[in-house]
Design a binder for this molecule. Structure first.
Ligand SMILES: [Zn+2]
Length: 196
């Protein structure tokens, strides 16, 4: 059936979903239209119509600047640079970080053709120049790409009068922030080290 095939094909493109799990979900949606399918349609529509990118940090919110950028209680002199919104959420889950964020939008990856111009690096530089930033925490994942991106950023930011730090040991090598338990990430943040 065309309708079901289409739905399965779209769902299969989501991360973590294969055709089999997509089919199971489609069956559930069809079986429970009132409690699953209709609320899902409404939630998707609302997200599509209302969620936007924050023009300052790249976070997603229903307004720009986002809640974190607008929050006067947060330390605006410290910026934590993360790869994506999921990593921002991981840092927020620790409950210990009180600064602002900057979303790179990925990591350098020559194999995939991702070069510095594909990442939001200019945004970090202009925030340093305009906002009186005193510390940049490079919180890219401890994957090969995440590490080399952090090294690259440290070089780019070296001329500026700003402390550059990296999450401490405790984050396992190859570790992605989103998969770490909150305690490990909180410790790695507190014990962050200055990049010389
Ligand atoms: Zn923001």
């Amino acid at each position: 059936m065309q309708e079901i095939d289409n739905l399965v094909a779209v769902l299969s493109r989501l991360p973590g979903f294969g055709p089999r799990s997509a089919k199971r979900i489609v069956l559930q949606l069809l079986k429970k239209q009132d409690i699953l399918m209709t609320p899902l349609i409404d939630a998707l529509k609302s997200a599509k119509n209302n969620v936007c990118d924050c023009e300052v940090c790249g976070n997603i919110d229903t307004k720009s600047p986002c809640d974190i950028c607008n929050n006067l209680k947060r330390d605006k002199t410290t910026i934590c640079v993360v790869e994506n919104v999921a990593d921002l959420w991981a840092m927020e889950r620790t409950g210990t970080y009180k600064g602002k964020f900057h979303i790179l939008g990925g990591v350098l990856s020559p194999i995939d053709g991702i070069t510095p111009k594909h990442l939001n690096i200019d945004g970090i530089v202009s925030r340093i120049e305009q906002d009186g930033i005193s510390e940049i925490i490079l919180a890219t994942n401890l994957t090969v790409e995440g590490q080399s991106t952090a090294h690259y950023l440290a070089e780019v930011l070296r001329p500026y009068d700003v402390k550059i730090t990296r999450l401490a040991n405790g984050v396992p090598v190859g570790g992605e922030l989103d998969y770490l338990d909150d305690g490990t990430l909180a410790v790695a943040l507190q014990a962050r080290q200055i990049i010389e």
